[in-house]
Design a protein around this ligand. Structure first.
Ligand code: GCU
Ligand code: CA
Length: 131
């Protein structure tokens, strides 16, 4: 089963503010990063084994253009991810990718590679197939 990690819950961190001004988010808010290259939302996730896990990122991008990012796992950039516009800041969508994790605790960062920062990030869900 997927394990949900809310962007507003420590140990997650947000290079910006935890906001509540756009409806439809899960939990008590979402991460609005600063609109700069390198702004990140960081998470700590547990895995029961070394495997490739399915990662779902819930986000909203009410801007006109896609926002690019890099997924960084345990300090290594593993893959680019692009967040297309969702039409409005209260329209939430998911991006799904697979990521390598090791047994135990893993750090997972979504890092903006464009000057507009990340889309707003609601949560991520990780499925390792063995929970
Ligand atoms: C607006 C919006 C924010 C969003 C920002 C952005 O200010 O209200 O939630 O983060 O645009 O462009 O990143
Ligand atoms: Ca922002």
């Amino acid at each position: 089963l997927p394990v949900r990690h809310e962007a507003e819950h420590a140990p997650a961190t947000c290079d910006g503010s935890i906001d509540t001004n756009h409806s439809g988010y899960s939990g008590s808010g979402f991460c609005n990063t600063d609109n700069v290259t390198g702004a990140a939302a960081r998470f700590t996730v547990e895995a029961g084994s070394t495997t490739r896990a399915t990662l779902v990122i819930r986000y909203a991008n009410g801007a006109a253009g896609s926002r690019p990012a890099e997924l960084v796992v345990n300090g290594s950039a593993v893959e680019p991810v692009t967040f297309p516009p969702t039409g409005a800041w209260a329209n939430w969508a998911t991006a799904t990718l697979t990521v390598p994790v090791h047994s135990g605790s893993n750090t997972l960062a979504i890092v903006a590679t464009g000057p507009d920062g990340l889309p707003n990030i609601d949560y991520l869900e990780l499925s390792t197939g063995n929970t």
